[in-house]
Write a protein that binds this ligand. Structure first.
Ligand SMILES: N[C@@H](CCC(=O)N[C@@H](CS)C(=O)NCC(=O)O)C(=O)O
Length: 259
């Protein structure tokens, strides 16, 4: 089992959480995303989308964090991270779909508009242009260019922030019904969402979570688990976290949060 990943990447974090819960050992290959390691031709053969994570298992490449976690669940069913009933499993997958389709792209916009931008602006323009132009997905490429140029003033930033909060609102509604996102038991949906709470903290935007007390309490419970220490805390690079937080504090007064 080999994992190509990055310590700060939300999608890598959610896979590392599941690996830790299932106590699966893996060989770690960390890719430096700010220097473009994801565009290396050898890596592109494993993951043509040029993103992390990628899991290599039995000489095959498994990509897409939600699908990787389902794959791990299939290969290592104990302890089970699937809910017990068909309807709850549907709810888990429906929630993960929103994470992939809405929250993750919104998170990328917000992260690059705030946290990654100062470091990128310090690089030579040609290097940054190459990092943008190499992105295979057109929407992601366009959004990346917009937020590196305009930061939190890019119109896409406002949309992304609203989408981020909308998903937290949906999580809050679910957690008013059940202790975890898809029922009584913790599941892949919970491991999928947790890294996005951490990202808000890293960008010094976490006061916004005061609006979602159920989500805050749920996140606190996830942070208490041994897997969180192993999969998240132990990996975090102090300098990168400090850089993100400083960047967040520098712009927070200018951010207009949706009502
Ligand atoms: N849908 C993919 C998204 C993966 C993704 O966007 N990964 C980010 C880090 S969280 C990445 O590799 N970004 C590099 C880039 O955008 O250049 C998944 O769930 O695995």
């Amino acid at each position: 089992m080999k994992l190509y990943h990055n310590p700060m990447s939300t999608c890598s974090q959610k896979v590392r959480l599941v690996l830790a819960e299932k106590k699966i050992e893996f060989e770690s290959v960390v890719l430096d995303l700010q220097s473009g390691a994801q565009f290396d031709p050898g890596y592109l053969k494993l993951n043509p989308q040029a993103v992390v994570p990628t899991l290599i298992h039995e000489a095959r490449s498994v990509t897409e964090s939600t699908l990787i976690n389902e794959y791990l669940e299939d290969c290592y069913p104990e302890p089970s991270l699937l809910p017990n009933t068909a309807i709850e499993r549907y709810q888990m997958r429906a929630f993960c779909k929103q994470l992939d389709e809405v929250l993750h792209p919104a998170c990328a916009v917000i992260t690059y508009a705030i946290g990654a931008r100062p470091g990128l602006l310090a690089k030579p323009k040609a290097e940054v242009d190459a990092l943008i132009n190499n992105i295979p997905d057109e929407a992601r490429r366009t959004h990346r260019a917009m937020v590196i140029k305009e930061g939190i003033h890019a119109p896409i930033f406002t949309t992304a922030l609203a989408q981020y909060l909308q998903i937290l609102g949906r999580a809050e509604a679910r957690l008013a019904q059940t202790p975890y996102l898809a029922g009584e038991q913790i599941s892949l949906a919970d491991y999928g969402l947790a890294p996005y709470l951490l990202r808000l903290e890293h960008l010094a935007l976490d006061t916004v979570t005061d609006r979602y007390p159920g989500v805050k309490g749920w996140y606190h419970r996830i942070q208490q688990r041994a897997s969180y220490q192993i999969a998240i805390t132990n990996w975090l690079p102090k300098a990168a976290v400090a850089g993100f937080k400083a960047a967040g504090k520098a712009v927070i007064a200018e951010i207009r949060f949706p009502e």
